[in-house]
Design a protein around this ligand. Structure first.
Ligand code: FAD
Length: 302
């Protein structure tokens, strides 16, 4: 059996595997797609100490680093179930069962899509999901934020300090964000809030040039010219397959303590699939390292 089996090969999983392997213990990593969300990222400018890099380039160095150690890498393998007997038993979609003394879940998350025409076509060409990452690319431009919950309004406030103008589109008749955030938003001169509107299409040629929405009361369609659209309608953690195994919060994120431990002894979690408040590459890597040290500590005590 493994001492540490990591499920997920994004920055959190890669970091967890390296930290575990450096303790000289038997380590494996299972990933549906090694690299995770980073593979879909164009330009990265907030990975501290590297001024600029690109997703696939960072993934190549992650892989090279993982391969420095005797880690079993099982790429293109999807986990579908986990059981705890004497050991943990991880079942893969291909039917294989992997046994381990501890498991670190780092299966990440995905941004919820709005599912309108133009969204897929203009991803990374004006359609963005992460204001911390991509906000500065829209300096001086006009952008929209889809979603009036806390993340949408935080994004709008953040972007208003960088871009020329922000239009917020909320489907419901009222914003759902906390009152303090709404007050802050309404105090800003360069923000327009549209409520009770449904996004219909993100338009563009090579890159985004506007957004079409419908006023849900009058059913009238309108078009706003702008260069960027930030979709902020929630993150979906990849944790459905752990249903009933471990405590998850209201939105499905795995609940962890300071050591990365979950409610099930020997099971740890790291990165975007957990209830960590912020989801970033550097934070996921720190979280993976933390969970691996937590797992090692558990192993020497049990
Ligand atoms: P992920 O990167 O999501 O990796 C999850 C891993 O788990 C993958 O290998 C996946 O295949 C695997 N997996 C999932 N389910 C299973 C399963 N059932 N069985 C086996 N494997 C499974 N952050 C920044 O800091 N800077 C940026 O500039 C930046 N830009 C971004 C741009 C885009 C377009 C996106 C999508 C994200 C961006 N982020 C950025 C956020 C950052 O990519 C994430 O916070 C980070 O990748 C999370 O790492 P993770 O390891 O927790 O999860």
């Amino acid at each position: 059996p493994y001492d540490v089996l990591v499920v997920g090969g994004g920055p959190a999983g890669a970091s967890a595997a390296i930290y575990a392997a450096r303790k000289g213990i038997r380590t494996g990593i299972v990933a549906e797609r090694f690299g995770g969300q980073v593979l879909d990222t164009m330009s990265i400018e907030n990975f501290i100490s590297v001024k600029h890099t690109e997703g696939p380039k960072l993934v190549a160095s992650l892989e090279e680093h993982v391969k420095e150690y005797g880690i079993d890498i099982m790429n293109l393998q999807r986990a579908k179930g986990l059981e705890k007997k004497d050991l943990f038993e991880l079942e893969l979609e291909n039917g294989a069962i992997l046994k381990s003394k501890t498991v670190i879940i780092s299966t990440g998350a995905r941004w919820r899509n709005v599912g309108v025409p133009g969204e897929q076509e203009f991803k990374n060409k004006g359609v963005a999901y992460c204001p911390h990452c991509d906000g500065p690319l829209f300096e001086g431009r006009d952008v929209a934020v889809i979603g009036g919950g806390n993340s949408g309004i935080e994004a709008a406030i953040d972007l208003a300090g960088i871009v020329n103008h922000v239009t917020v589109l909320e489907f419901n008749p009222e914003l759902k964000a906390d009152a303090v955030l709404q007050d802050r938003l309404h105090s800003l001169p360069n923000v327009t809030v549209l409520t009770n509107v449904q996004t219909k299409e993100i338009t563009g040629t090579d890159t985004v040039n506007g957004i079409t929405y419908m006023d849900r009361e009058t059913e009238e369609e309108k078009h706003v010219e702008l260069q960027g659209v930030f979709v902020q309608i929630g993150l979906v953690p990849n944790t459905d397959w752990l249903e009933g195994m471990v405590e998850r919060n209201r939105i499905g994120e795995i609940v962890t303590d300071k050591h990365g431990a979950t409610t099930l002894p020997g099971l740890f979690a790291a990165g975007d699939c957990t209830d960590n408040p912020y989801n970033q590459i550097i934070i996921s890597m720190g979280s993976g390292a933390n969970a691996a040290l937590g797992a090692f500590d558990y192993l020497i005590r049990n």
